[in-house]
Design a binder for this molecule. Structure first.
Ligand code: NAD
Length: 314
């Protein structure tokens, strides 16, 4: 299939491009290199340095490359920045996504797969059965930032395109994704930030007491979820997490063991509004997409550290 992967020069998108090429698809990457890197794009993929809000350039690419499906990863994804620059976030994350959706509809695409987020869409959230955690797809979304609201609004647009135009879609709600090629200077990827700092023997910082929990999933598992979403018949919204809460102190300890880092972490004040606990129930993805995470946290951390050791990015 001819698949457009937006954000394919980024962390997750480049692993998706690898997985699709390995499965025999033709991959066309669109990325404006805002945070992505040309070196992340696999050699066998076509690459266009284009902004997802540029409808005219995208239209040409859909026609020339005969795009049959879209895997949409490109986004502005800095939660704090989304609060200081809400209009730019809406322009890229909402208008950019709608631009792609319109083109997918006009070109009769067979599937639109979207990178949504569990953490920012559920926020503190609650579950209808009274147990807040783990979040299921039936939990009420309650974004606490513009980034989460952007992602949720795209999910609504996907649903209405499915209803009105029969455009099959899958929105994958990722938890905290980690692995090779994640930016160690980024805002959100705590594992990449720790791994980068530990390998350079520089101080590490934990917000609050470090007992806050997250659901960490390896990027290779997320790439496989995207491939299954593309190739399968299922449509709708799916959590793709491990279902295992891991606290930040435990991540620090595991990574320190793998890297041989001896310094204790510094503790800084917890940012206002930080979610204390989040993890995802992914039984719907297991049932309908045939997806389960396969890489243990320890193996995933080892693979991440191995990559940082050999890459210039560390
Ligand atoms: N990393 C995570 O833990 C996580 C969790 C939940 C959801 N997500 C989502 O997964 C997707 C991929 O995230 P990532 O972690 O790989 O981040 P990333 O920053 O590495 O990748 C995003 C890519 O999108 C590109 N991009 C940004 N704005 C663009 C624009 N206007 N036009 C074209 N390209 C543009 C960037 O250059 C980059 O290559 C995003 O949609 C993000 O919101 C990530």
């Amino acid at each position: 299939m001819n698949v457009l992967v937006t954000g394919g020069a980024g962390f997750i998108g480049s692993h998706i491009a690898d997985a699709l090429l390995a499965a025999g698809h033709h991959v066309v990457v669109v990325d404006n290199l805002h945070t992505g890197h040309r070196r992340n794009v696999p050699a066998d993929a076509a690459f266009h340095q284009v902004d997802i809000t540029d409808g005219e350039r995208l239209q040409e690419i859909f026609e020339r490359e005969r795009i049959e499906a879209v895997i949409h990863q490109a986004a502005l994804a800095n939660v704090r920045e989304s609060m200081s620059d809400p209009l730019e976030y809406a322009r890229v994350n909402v208008i950019g996504s709608l631009t792609l959706l319109e083109l997918a509809r006009k070109h009769g695409c067979s599937k639109f797969v979207f990178a949504s987020t569990g953490g920012a869409v559920y926020g503190e959230g609650y579950s209808p059965d009274g147990d807040r955690l783990p979040f299921t797809e039936a939990s009420r979304p309650q974004p606490k930032d513009n980034y989460g609201a952007n992602k949720l609004s795209v999910e609504y647009h996907l649903d209405l395109y499915g209803q009105n135009y029969d455009l099959p879609y899958v929105a994958l709600r990722y938890p905290n994704v980690y692995g090779p090629r994640q930016d160690s200077k980024g805002e959100a990827g705590v594992i990449a930030i720790f791994a980068g700092a530990m390998l350079q023997d520089t101080p590490t910082r934990i917000t609050g007491d470090g007992t806050q929990t997250r659901d960490f999933v390896f990027v290779g598992d997320i790439a496989r979820a995207n491939r299954l979403a593309l190739e399968g018949a299922a449509s709708g919204i799916f959590n793709v997490g491990t279902g295992v809460p891991t606290n930040i102190n435990a991540v620090h300890r595991l990574l320190a063991g793998i890297t041989g880092y001896a310094l204790p972490p510094e503790h800084t004040p917890r940012p206002v509004g930080e979610v204390l606990a989040t993890y995802l129930d992914s039984s719907k993805a297991a049932k309908e997409l045939g997806w389960r995470p396969e890489v243990s946290l320890h193996d995933g951390l080892q693979a991440t550290v191995d990559w940082f050791r050999t890459s210039e990015a560390a």
